[in-house]
Design a protein around this ligand. Structure first.
Ligand code: ADP
Ligand code: MG
Length: 345
């Protein structure tokens, strides 16, 4: 038997060890996510499909966290939905022009922030837009184009500056009879934040919560990579217009393609200019990236109303907040801080 040189034996041993190590790490790898379980859940809430994803090494904790997040979301929806007659918002609306109504801390906080975003966007974002929403049949009833006189009358009731807030007593009062709050452009964002924070407080470090495109992620993925989120092409549902990378952030898109009706070849969608009461034109979608979902939800709606020029000016003035505007001729415009986080397709 010929004796193998020592170098060869060492070489074979090292190679064998590498193979064993490779097999070991491959088995460990759960889609490259180490020991973490990938848990997914999907429920219908806030008139949309809400999808949550958790990475955790503790499966029982992950399941518990998911349940708690959905419970919290459902509980908040029940107090902020103006169509549920015993909600805080329904009570405020019913007492408009008559008396202030005491509400939960959460409802008060959302309305307080709604007023602040109204100021920030110069009134483009206005949570008192409900009377005009109703005219167009966005909310309850059939979609139809209202006439000028109807619009004029309803617009007299739209003004976020006529919301009175009493911080001490957590009371909300709408100055004029007939005024109505609609938290449709802000509550979803707040609820996404609260759902994710609920999971975080339970010890979850990597998760995402997606309420029909209102998305916030916690941390990064266990394999060390950021979350990658596709932004839909507004005129082709099957296509993506861009991909953004998120690290402990939120992204929300407002578009003219989610809720709309067509009449005489015109598209009428559900984001209204509070000055005219008419669905805005010029943009087909606005995507906002930021630290929390209440900000990105609100600003995506607000910037959509403001349009490309003033919208871009506002977003450039805000720290840690970026945007992608898509115009009705298909052009994509991104704010200056976004370059390394977005891939335009
Ligand atoms: P989605 O509800 O599809 O996520 P948005 O976040 O853009 O879309 O919010 C649109 C909703 O916001 C409308 O359904 C309505 O309830 C409300 N809304 C419409 N126009 C305005 C506006 N100018 N300011 C504030 N809220 C608005
Ligand atoms: Mg929004």
């Amino acid at each position: 038997m010929t004796k193998l040189p020592k170098r060869t034996i060492v070489g074979v041993l090292v190679a064998a060890l590498l193979i064993v190590a490779a097999i070991f790490f491959q088995q460990q790898g759960n889609g490259g996510n180490g020991d973490a379980f990938e848990l997914r859940r999907s429920e219908f809430l806030m008139s949309t499909v809400v999808e949550a994803l958790v990475y955790t090494e503790d499966e029982a904790l992950g399941q518990e966290a998911l349940s708690a997040a959905y419970r919290r979301a459902a509980e908040l929806e029940a107090i902020m939905d103006r169509h549920q007659s015993d909600s805080d918002v329904a009570k405020i609306n019913a007492a408009a022009g008559q008396n202030p109504v005491a509400v939960s801390e959460e409802t008060f906080e959302v309305i307080r922030q709604g007023v602040e975003f109204g100021q920030m966007t110069g009134g483009a974002f206005d949570i008192t837009v409900a009377p005009v929403m109703e005219l167009w049949g966005f909310g309850s009833g059939e979609n139809r184009v209202p006439d000028d006189e109807e619009l004029e009358r309803a617009l007299e009731l739209v003004d976020y500056r006529k919301i009175h807030l009493d911080e001490e007593r957590l009371e909300v009062f709408l100055e004029k009879e007939g005024m109505e709050l609609d938290l449709g452009g802000i509550a979803k964002g707040y609820i996404v934040d609260q759902a994710l924070l609920t999971m975080q407080e339970m010890g979850i470090e990597s998760a995402s919560f997606d309420a029909g495109g209102d998305i916030r992620v916690l941390g990064i993925k266990p394999d060390g990579t950021p979350w990658r989120i596709g932004i839909r092409d507004p005129r082709d549902r099957t296509n993506l217009a861009a991909i953004v990378e998120l690290d402990d952030q939120s992204v929300v898109t407002s578009g003219d393609y989610e809720r709309f009706f067509m009449e005489d070849g015109q598209r009428y969608h559900h984001i209204l200019d509070p000055d005219t009461g008419i669905p805005t034109r010029g943009l087909t979608s606005v995507t906002v990236l930021g630290e929390d979902a209440i900000t990105t939800d609100t600003l995506s709606t607000g910037l959509f109303v403001m349009g490309l020029e003033s919208g871009m000016e506002l977003i450039e003035s805000l720290a840690d907040t970026e945007a992608i505007f898509i115009t009705d001729d298909g052009q994509v415009h991104t704010s200056s801080g976004l370059d390394d986080q977005v891939e335009i397709l």
